[in-house]
Design a protein. Structure first.
Length: 88
């Protein structure tokens, strides 16, 4: 029998807050590709809009409230939110 050790993966809060922006950008790219191929359902657009707008907003709130100052993660999420509003 092998001795299996449990490994723990740690993600810092700053990386987690930055992941909100990265995932939102990925969803924007995915939506633009799908809309380019003609997948233009109103329900799909609405669901993706909710996700795309909420992810960076939540990332901004978590970043600000965890650090009590404006950090790089806050500005990255704000930039993605502004980009989403402008593009989407």
């Amino acid at each position: 029998m092998e001795n299996q050790e449990q490994k723990e993966v740690r993600i810092s809060s700053s990386l987690l807050n930055l992941l909100f922006a990265i995932v939102a950008l990925g969803l924007i790219v995915l939506c633009k590709i799908l809309f380019g191929f003609g997948v233009a359902s109103a329900v799909f657009y609405g669901i993706m809009s909710i996700l795309i707008y909420c992810l960076p907003f939540v990332g901004m709130l978590l970043s600000y409230f965890s650090n009590k100052k404006l950090t790089f993660e806050f500005w990255a999420n704000l930039a993605v939110l502004a980009f989403a509003i402008w593009q989407f």
